[in-house]
Design a binder for this molecule. Structure first.
Ligand SMILES: [Zn+2]
Length: 458
């Protein structure tokens, strides 16, 4: 019998509205019991979780693992290792691989690779359109049959509203959520950073907030029209949050997610660390007690899509997270090789890694600042994504898969991109002092990551 006993932690399971000091017993890959002073039979492995939080395994529904096709950046083995280190037991990988995940064969390939190499559960999203070209629908029914949990053209955005409507109708028929990367191409054109003061000061082409808000509005109209669940990815703009709030009040089946970089950093960071810490980063600077991390202007680790926005937008994202307009937290983990990022800002690819920093940054900006409760933050990483994706995950109910994350909410540590389990180093947070850290990640009862050997046998 394969057993593990986690003792003395604070167990937080939003799905069961449970928040109390307790032990968690795992037997044969399932949650077997939760309670005070559970007795450990002989031969059971015991993990001392005193002072730690024990919660359902975290789910990140937005990651790019680059396999197949671009495995120099990342592959399923390295990507899932980074996920495990960050406290994540399940991820959803995006379909913009090469070839794209727009057919059942490629879905099967990912499942096969994940079964062989994956440290955590890998769920697959399929493309909405063939080759993510935005022209012709992918075979959505056969993708569903192959096991995708959502469809998305992430990285791209379907511009033809009629095509998007048809995609929504199919998705509804197959009970799949439609994830959308909201970007109006005619408004954004070749913008590389948020259109505002700093893009003007730096002489970089702007990516206006309206470019995102326009598609969020389109998605609200189409969700209302078709009844399909549309999920707006990586929201960055204040206007997007306001629209989502209003539409959800009316019962429109629309949802949204936010990534830590959009509620930690602003466009001032593109002007370099001095400008950032002196302006929008003033409050955050207090947490950097070992010295302020520094970076130059035009550092391409601050280039992502959608871009870092203004302080007003950042505040709106935080408010949206606080009042649950934005129900889901995720990373948009987007690894790129050094040589690709080490070019002029205009030419660098969009995107940063995030799996190993998102829990800490969320704790710092949401929980330690008392903007939301610990249970609410955990729900945004567990219950809420599981519900959107119809996954039997995100809870510590008796009999559930023993996917469990143990983290220390107060541990201070310095993130160093060079020590990451990811193959890539493109993080803007390298050298930052972070507060809160995963100490153990358990997938199906198996410990796939632990910070130190805290386990003992009895
Ligand atoms: Zn995207």
């Amino acid at each position: 019998m394969n057993s593990l006993l986690l003792t003395g932690g604070r167990v937080v399971d939003p799905a069961n509205k449970f928040d109390s000091s307790a032990d968690v017993l795992i037997v044969d890959g399932k949650i077997s019991a939760i309670g005070r002073k559970l007795s450990a039979q002989k031969g059971i492995e015991v993990f001392d979780a005193i002072g730690k939080i024990i919660c359902p395994g975290l789910i990140d529904l937005h990651v790019h693992f680059r396999e197949p096709g671009q495995t120099a950046k990342e592959n399923i083995a390295s990507g899932t290792a980074a996920a495990a280190r960050g406290g994540f037991t399940s991820i959803v990988c995006m379909p913009n691989t090469s070839p794209t995940i727009d057919n059942s064969g490629t879905v099967a390939l990912i499942h096969e690779r994940a079964a062989e190499e994956g440290a955590v559960n890998v769920f697959v999203s399929g493309a909405i359109t063939k080759n993510i070209a935005g022209e012709e629908l992918a075979p959505i029914g056969s993708l569903k049959k192959a096991g995708v949990v959502a469809i998305t053209d992430d990285g791209h955005c379907i511009q033809n509203n009629e095509l998007m409507r048809r995609a929504c109708e199919y998705a509804k028929m197959f009970d799949l959520p439609v994830f959308d990367h909201c970007q109006d191409y005619s408004l954004v054109t070749d913008g590389v950073m948020h259109e505002g003061y700093w893009s003007t000061a730096l002489g970089l082409r702007g990516w206006p907030s309206a470019g995102e808000e326009m598609i969020v509005a389109r998605n609200i109209l189409l969700a209302d029209l078709t009844g399909a669940k549309i999920h707006c990815q990586h929201l960055s703009a204040a206007g997007s949050v306001a629209q989502l709030r209003e539409a959800k009040k009316r019962g429109v089946p629309i949802s949204g997610e936010a990534c830590p970089h959009h509620f930690v950093l602003t466009d001032a960071a593109v002007a370099g660390s001095e400008k950032f810490w002196a302006n929008d980063g003033k409050i955050l600077a207090d947490s950097q007690t070992d010295g302020l991390p520094s970076w130059p202007a035009y550092d391409t680790n601050f280039k992502m899509n959608p871009p870092l926005r203004s302080a007003k937008d950042l505040e709106a994202i935080l408010e949206g997270l606080a009042d649950d307009t934005i129900e889901i937290l995720c990373s948009d983990h987007a690894p790129h090789c050094d040589y690709e990022k080490e070019v002029e800002f205009d030419y660098a690819p969009f995107g940063i890694t995030g799996l190993e920093t998102e829990l800490s940054l969320s704790l710092m900006q949401l929980v330690h600042t008392k903007r939301i409760s610990l249970a609410d933050m955990i729900a945004k990483f567990t219950l809420n994504p599981a519900r959107l994706l119809n996954l039997q995950k995100g809870t510590l109910s008796i009999g559930a898969d023993a996917d469990v994350t143990v983290f220390d909410p107060d541990e201070e540590w310095i993130f160093r991109a060079e020590d990451s389990a990811s193959k890539s180093r493109n993080s803007p947070f390298s050298g930052w002092k972070l507060k809160g850290k995963a100490v153990a990640t358990i997938v199906g009862g198996k410990n796939v990551f632990s910070e130190e050997s805290a386990t003992t046998m009895v």
